[in-house]
Design a protein around this ligand. Structure first.
Ligand SMILES: [Zn+2]
Length: 441
């Protein structure tokens, strides 16, 4: 009930193609980007509620301050803007790194619209809530929120979701196939995530084909993003892979038609036994040797010299050598999305060489102090699409199968989506005769 104002799900038959149209009105992108703070009020507690604040289009209640709209002046920097708001230099620096690394954002543009929240009480001394909204288009924006840690997020104004269906044959690339049919490349990114453990998306074959049903976000008539893929089939080298999205209060993820999880888990840490973290993932750690603040994009484990280091997942060794400040390093490519790196190793595990396939749990090396280090430790980094992410906090796919109690609900979903997927036909990737006609009524 938190996300949706109302749900209208309409199915249309259009010619011999099934058209699915779902319109969800809600606060925020599929409810996952921000959640409105709504209070459930029972009739007996109504009198206790003093004030209710409406939530604005950016997900903030009006008690945060008065929303002010402004334009970026010539040569005005993000630093200037945030500094004016009383944000510390350290935080501004972290924000700019996050913006660059996560969103590829570097500079403000002249006349770019931005919003801030001026606090109510200070009319003579203007102060702002630590929230900055940078508009990127009429509906897309970047939210920078420093009220509780550092949040940097790409988002879009409240929007509608429609369900679309796509299918295609790979002629040159999956993206080309999607774009030629007027579907977003975001669908390809989602399919890659879903099937990453089964299909190498860098080595798709001509003739591989796919079908998918997915959510598309629309705001003020503009397509602003791709949500979840709800169901998909992928034929890769004549093998058929299926994925169905399912969630309930106990589990969520992608499953095959039997309810087996199709995304393999990576271990949370590269050890058989729990090891103490001596330095966490941190974008602004002060480096004791270099005497300056440099990002620590990994997790350090203070494990004893010689402790076996294990592969967090199946994959291919793509590096195993001595490499300067890294010392002895091993890197494993798990699939087209995930890669892991293990640094400062004392030595390598048996037969750990570039090009070798390893299994989850296999010993790939031993904790050491090689390279630029102050002491014995393992520096471990998890990369997601070549960007280091905090392995301790990141949500990794689970390989768990569905619980028995979910099977009935899941089977219904499978039947429903299998039916819809079956309605479509494989078309040539160059055929622009898109069948997923959106019909509004
Ligand atoms: Zn480290």
């Amino acid at each position: 009930m938190t996300y949706f104002l109302g749900i209208v799900l309409l199915y249309f038959m259009f010619q011999h193609y099934l058209v699915l149209l779902a319109l969800f009105l809600f606060y925020g992108l599929a409810g996952c980007l921000f959640q409105p703070q709504m209070t459930e009020v029972g009739s007996d507690t109504l009198s206790e509620i003093e004030e209710e604040f409406p939530i604005d289009g950016f997900g903030y209640a009006s008690d945060i301050g008065v929303l002010e709209r402004d334009k970026v002046r010539a040569n005005q920097s993000l630093y200037e803007l945030l500094d004016e708001m009383g944000i510390s230099q350290q935080e501004i620096w972290q924000v700019s790194i996050e913006l660059k690394q996560r969103l590829g954002f570097r500079f403000l543009k002249q006349n770019q619209i931005y919003y801030r929240y001026r606090k109510h009480n200070n009319f003579d001394d203007v102060s702002y809530a630590p929230v900055l909204i940078l508009m990127e288009s009429n509906v897309r924006y970047i939210k920078i929120d420093l009220s509780d840690g550092i949040l940097v997020q790409a988002s879009a104004k409240p929007t509608a979701v429609r369900i679309r269906q796509v299918e295609g044959v790979i002629e040159s690339s999956l993206y080309e196939s999607l774009v030629s049919q007027d579907h977003s490349t975001g669908v390809g990114i989602e399919l890659n995530k879903i099937f990453a453990w089964q299909i190498d998306f860098f080595r798709l074959y001509r003739g591989d084909n796919y079908r998918a049903i997915y959510e598309e976000f629309i705001s003020e008539g503009e397509v602003v993003g791709v949500g979840r893929v709800l169901a998909a089939e992928f034929v890769h080298q004549n093998s058929l892979y299926k994925a169905f999205y399912y969630e309930d209060d106990q589990q969520q993820g992608y499953y095959d038609s039997e309810g087996n999880g199709i995304q393999k888990a990576l271990l949370k840490a590269p050890f058989r036994y729990n090891q103490r973290i001596s330095s966490s993932f941190n974008y602004s750690r002060f480096h004791p040797l270099l005497k300056q603040s440099i990002p620590h994009t990994g997790t350090d484990y203070a494990a004893p010299l010689g402790t076996p280091v294990i592969a967090v997942g199946d994959g291919e060794i793509i590096e195993s050598k001595f490499k300067g400040a890294n010392g002895n390093i091993v890197q494993i490519q798990h699939n087209s999305i995930y890669r892991t790196a293990y640094l400062h190793l004392d030595g390598f595990g048996p037969n750990i060489k570039k090009g070798v396939q390893v299994k989850q749990g296999q010993v790939i090396g031993y904790v050491g102090r090689t390279g630029r280090v102050t002491g014995v430790h393992l520096h471990y980094t998890l990369y997601e699409n070549n960007v280091p992410v905090n392995s301790v906090e990141v949500d990794l796919p689970s390989q768990k199968s569905l619980t028995e109690s979910a099977s009935e609900a899941f089977n219904l979903e499978v039947q429903k989506y299998s039916f819809f997927l079956g309605q479509s036909r494989i078309v040539s990737a160059t055929n622009n005769d898109s069948y997923d006609v959106e019909k509004n009524s």
